[in-house]
Write a protein that binds this ligand. Sequence first.
Ligand SMILES: [Zn+2]
Length: 485
Amino acid sequence: MIQAIKKQIERIKAKGATYVDTRWYPFEESNQLLMLNGNLKDASSTRESGIGIRVLYKGAWGFTASSDMSDLAALFNRAFDNARVAAERVTFPIRLAEKDAVQASFTSPCEVDPFEVPLAEKVAFLKDMDTKLNQEGVFLRMGGLNFVRKHIVFADSEGSEIEKHVTEVFAELQVRGQDAQGTSQERKFRLGQQGAGTRGWESIDRNLFLENAERIVREMKQVLSADDCPKEDRSVILLPGIMYLQTHETIGHALELDRILGYELAFAGGSFVTLDDFGKLRYGSEKLTARADATVINSPGSFGYDDDGIPAQNVTLIDKGILVGAITGRQMVEEANAKSKRQIFKGSGGANRATAFYRVPIERMTNINIDPGTDGTLDDIVAKTEKGIILDGDRSWSIGSNREQFHFATEIGWLVDDGKVIKVVKNSTYKGPTVKFWNSLSAVGDRSTWEVRYVDNCGKGQPNQTMQLGHGIPVCRFDNVRIGE
Ligand SMILES: [Zn+2]
């Protein structure tokens, strides 16, 4: 098949195309299980295969995709014709940043293929977790498993040929209860890692999940009988269960270069960041160094090569507080450099990805990480906090249309006074203007506080593309933040 594809790429190139690439998916499979209050609510599987073809002609993209690969020539002709029609209307001719041709392969780290594990074993795991979660005060208990496996072969007209085998494992436990006011309270546990190791069925570690099942029930019960979060200004200490979302929404999405250039405006909003800001904007305090790092060994944000065929990169986004980089692909870096009349970006950051063979790649987060700092462990940070609140677990979130401000509610809060944890509070919230908030970053935890959180449901694009990625984040403290309203 790959020889036939390469022959077609050459044929379309000979017709005048500037660039052609294809992503052939021999298969992509998913398997989802959901147990709700002891009942298996969902056990579904999907399997699809096909090819997506991009053709660049006279500065315009043409795309087509199909599961039926019996007439490859017709498919390639359609992609070329689409590009020809688009070329008549193009306002800003597309150019692609230079890249080297690569012949390579990538396999994500996996010991036990979750698709080889019998259904009965997966259901038994969820049943055990359900038994553990089934305690007094819990009115809803949920266990979810989500597995993805795909085989992708990329080829382009510049001589690249890349084969990828990717396996993903996502898992979540959740409990809900009702407080005296009738408000639903919740606590979750999601599988994450330290950035090393593997992510096959072996990462569904029974003991790890049992310990966390016990913990989330205990913490949710504490929330049920807790006082409300006070309305005042305090330092907020964000644990990874909310720090990942803070990073995702106010650094990750804000720094997607296509969004900065205005391409997402109609869908999920723009970004307050402008091209002038690169190299200048003080995005955070000196303690903040953030990166888009697709080289983390074990994370769904590490995929070897992006859908432009660019090898995984570790790109600095914010260097000691100063904005220096963005989440980029080959097309947008050229457009940004041209529009700003300076070379902000030296080349693609390797972050152009499509969710399926039948979608076009767009700029997506890889692993949007924050470097561990020098302020010690969580206990060290708490001990040096006069008036604060520790927050964990995403409960609700709302973001300004250009991500210039945010409001997050968390599952749990622990008030801190004079360096000591005083009590648990419920209905905890915090809010702020994005740049002012990151500039109030006053403590960054060390490596012991740093975790990679997996995200399997990041949405972007029209039509929507759901993407898997990661966030490697430490515990962080921010000062003078409005909480409780
Ligand atoms: Zn997202």
